[in-house]
Design a protein around this ligand. Structure first.
Ligand code: ISL
Length: 591
């Protein structure tokens, strides 16, 4: 059975530092800005704060390209600011989670500068260098394999000086580290210890399942026309991954540190190997089956559609699998790489936007797992305005893709429009517009009053006069207050919502309703083996924009009517709030 642990009960707030709050008026969010809003964060009732990277970086990929693992990037602040942030969090009883980006570094990192300087340099083998191949027909130089970079083009960059290619699964400015080299492993361990010694409580580990590549780096199987192919089958959860994770896990356990791995392209069995409670690796990991549900078969910008029934199946699979195998889920629907959930999965129309945010909050946060809430999600922030021109998009993934589209399809306005539609609906820029603190223009309180000679690094969403922190905090019916209540209920009834069992209802029915029962599990449930009352909860979420009828299954009806008055109100509130289903009136139907 699953052992109790504070991190299972925790909820985590993710901050995207560039867009959270700018304290000095340079248009970029910073650490002092975060410090000034710690009470706001605390008021949500979260236990930990995860910051996307603030370490030294040329910012090719918003700090996911690190050039010094032991210093703060000056636009974000200083080491002293960072220490003060940790102290401010600890003072308020919250923990600090740092983003650890060690699949790759920046090409400006001294290790890489050394590495590329000559084939005999002692850092050469810290990265993945290979000679070129030649096309048998044309004799032209071609890369060592057909892997495609996640940000368009080949995953190999040719280096003129030493006449070899280096591997970069992400931008050319993000060369992949060679974990086969024990010196790299030691260097990463050193970075981990450095921050743990400075008061960091744990790490979110960027694409950590990509660190072990299959020896020989074989060509990827063709999945689409053309030379370049997604090579994940050869670098996701590679042969030495668990050895590397155990090495990290050992250090983490010395410090009792928290960990969450980011693991795209990994299924439940793979992730369980990293998060099973006796594995000594990670506490939990993000999977991307939900996030990629509405992507096309060959990538984010290819058309795909979201269906609640597909979501239902994925949720059911991960919930039951982790619970029955003593693993653990990291629950998220929004982060800095996604679009906004109200726009993406429900509705951001003025009438339905708040209820959509509440519905999604309940659906997500009452599942079994540790909950991750992304900045602005609590405000029901929406995707960027549809009419935005491409000049407003900032993300390298989107910008590179758009360049590729213009290059390859200059005379195909229809195709161009198709992709622009995708940037708007699933592009990463959607989650990156600055936080909207108040209704005051021009920066919605993101920048200090009177400091508007510079523009914010990314445009503010035009809906800020209505959708902002001041309004949300003032309105008890806002999604902000709803998130507070859900995070509280989750902990108040932790035998149900955190350690309880999970049962999906009507798995193959109800296109638009996702309903599940959480119940105290006598095996893990309570410390003394006694089942407390209430012991079960029904969570119903309707993804329909129209009013619909839903029949409460008999087994849920029985305990619904049985609940103590208090819990009944709570549960009914959950219904009323979450669902666009109206009030429960003692019938076996919810409207
Ligand atoms: O862009 C993606 C693939 O199309 C995303 O799914 C994302 O890049 C992937 O989940 C990995 O994300 C992490 O590593 C990237 C960085 O750009 C992301 O911001 C980060 O979260 C490379 O470091």
């Amino acid at each position: 059975p699953i052992k109790r642990a504070p991190w299972r009960e925790a909820s985590v707030y993710q901050i995207y530092p560039a867009s959270f709050k700018d304290s000095n008026g340079d248009g970029l969010g910073d650490i002092q800005g975060i410090i000034s809003e710690l009470d706001y964060i605390k008021s949500l009732g979260v236990d930990m704060v995860w910051l996307s990277p603030v370490l030294r970086s040329p910012q090719v990929d918003m700090g996911y390209d690190i050039s010094d693992y032991k210093d703060i990037d000056p636009p974000y602040g200083t080491m002293a600011d960072h220490d003060a942030l940790i102290e401010g969090l600890h003072h308020r009883g919250m923990k600090y989670v740092m983003d650890l980006v060690v699949n790759h570094t920046s090409d400006q990192h001294p290790w890489f500068k050394e590495s590329r300087s000559s084939v005999t340099n002692k850092y050469r083998d810290w990265y993945i260098w290979r000679p070129s191949r030649h096309d048998p027909q044309t004799g032209e130089r071609i890369p060592p394999n057909n892997w495609e970079c996640f940000f368009s083009g080949s995953a190999w960059a040719w280096d003129e000086m030493t006449q070899e290619y280096y591997l970069h699964l992400w931008a050319t400015g993000q060369p992949d580290l060679n974990w086969e080299n024990p010196q790299v492993v030691d260097a990463v361990h050193d970075v981990i210890r450095f921050w743990l010694n400075r008061g960091v409580d744990g790490f979110r580990m960027d694409v950590i399942n990509y660190i072990s590549k299959e020896p020989g780096l074989p060509d990827a199987k063709p999945k689409k026309p053309g030379f370049l192919q997604n090579g994940a089958e050869h670098f996701s959860c590679g042969p030495r991954l668990h050895e590397y994770l155990q090495g990290i896990g050992k250090i983490l356990s010395e410090y009792n540190a928290f960990s969450v791995g980011e693991m795209p392209d990994a299924g439940p069995e793979d992730i369980l190997k990293a998060v099973g409670q006796d594995r000594g690796e990670l506490a939990m990991a993000f999977h991307f089956e939900i996030d990629s549900m509405d992507f096309g078969p060959t990538g984010r910008f290819e058309p795909g559609t979201f269906r609640p029934t597909a979501l239902k199946r994925i949720v059911n699979k991960w919930q039951t699998f982790m619970l029955s195998n003593s693993g653990w889920n990291a629950l998220f629907m929004e982060n800095h790489d996604t679009s906004r959930v109200v726009s993406r999965y429900a509705s951001d129309s003025p009438a339905l936007r708040t209820i959509s945010a509440k519905m999604l909050a309940n659906h997500l946060a009452l599942q079994s797992g540790t909950v991750f809430l992304y900045q602005g999600q609590e405000l029901a922030m929406a995707n960027v305005p549809r009419e935005w021109g491409m000049d407003k998009y900032r993300d390298i993934e989107c910008v590179n893709h758009w360049e590729m589209v213009l290059r390859n399809y200059p005379d195909d306005p229809e195709r161009q429009m198709k992709y622009r539609e995708r940037y708007w609906s699933v592009g990463r820029d959607n989650a990156r517009t600055p936080m909207q603190w108040n209704a005051r223009g021009p920066s919605a309180g993101f920048m200090p009053e009177g400091a508007h000679s510079t523009a914010p690094w990314m445009s503010i969403h035009t809906d800020y006069p209505t959708w902002n922190v001041v309004n949300a905090v003032a309105d008890q019916n806002s999604s902000f207050h709803h998130w507070r209540r859900v995070l509280k209920i989750r902990k108040q009834y932790l035998d149900i919502f955190i350690y309880g069992s999970f049962e999906m209802l009507n798995l193959d029915m109800d296109e638009d309703v996702i309903a599940y029962i959480r119940a105290v599990d006598p095996a893990t449930g309570s410390d003394n083996g006694q089942v407390t009352v209430p012991s079960q909860a029904l969570v119903v979420a309707s993804f329909s924009v129209d009013e619909i009828w839903w029949t409460v299954p008999q087994k849920a009806l029985a305990f619904l009517l049985d609940l103590s008055k208090d819990m009944k109100t709570t549960v009914l509130n959950i219904h009323a709030i979450v669902s666009k289903l109206g009030n429960y009136e003692g019938r076996n139907e919810l409207r």
